[in-house]
Design a protein around this ligand. Structure first.
Ligand code: HEC
Length: 126
């Protein structure tokens, strides 16, 4: 009797553990593989640095000439936005601003990689 109860507990523990892992994986499964920050860095330097700056502070070489200043990713405003929200902006751009849509120029994976690189820049506080 005691053995049966013990295995019952163990079983439900394992089921809930499995469900927790499955839920965690499900939420992170926007992409098949984790984003590649090395590739993201290359995309960033090629397409984004001119406006957003090497450290992501919106102070790139072309930033001074912009009518609408490029986003400083270190601002709380950007930091607090979800990945989905920022990806949508990268994909579709910001209306009436120099930030045009990257849809068609970057692949979905490249957008996710470059976002991961932006998050890394902010994390490093550079
Ligand atoms: C021509 C200049 C320019 C280039 C090039 C550029 N951006 Fe932007 N970006 C802007 C401007 C201007 C904004 C709008 C600023 C704002 O909303 O305050 C912006 C906004 C953004 C935002 C939204 C930030 C937020 O907090 O909502 C993201 C994300 C972003 N850019 C990513 C990128 C990425 C990734 C690239 C390269 C693939 C890129 N940008 C290239 C000028 C540029």
């Amino acid at each position: 009797m005691q053995i049966a109860m013990a295995t019952g507990i163990q079983h439900s523990f394992l089921v809930s553990l499995f469900m927790t892992i499955a839920a965690a994986c499900g939420s992170a499964a926007a992409q098949d593989f984790p984003p590649d920050v090395t590739k993201g860095k290359a995309v960033y330097e090629r397409h984004c640095l001119a406006c957003h700056g090497s450290g992501g502070r919106g102070d790139g070489p072309e930033a001074a000439a912009l009518t609408v200043p490029a986003a400083n990713f270190h601002r709380f405003k950007s930091f607090l936005k979800s990945d989905e929200e920022l990806l949508r902006t990268i994909e579709h751009g910001v209306v009436f601003s120099p930030m045009h849509a990257w849809y068609g120029q970057l692949t979905e994976t490249e957008m996710q990689d470059v976002l991961a690189y932006i998050r890394l820049l902010v994390q490093q506080g550079r």
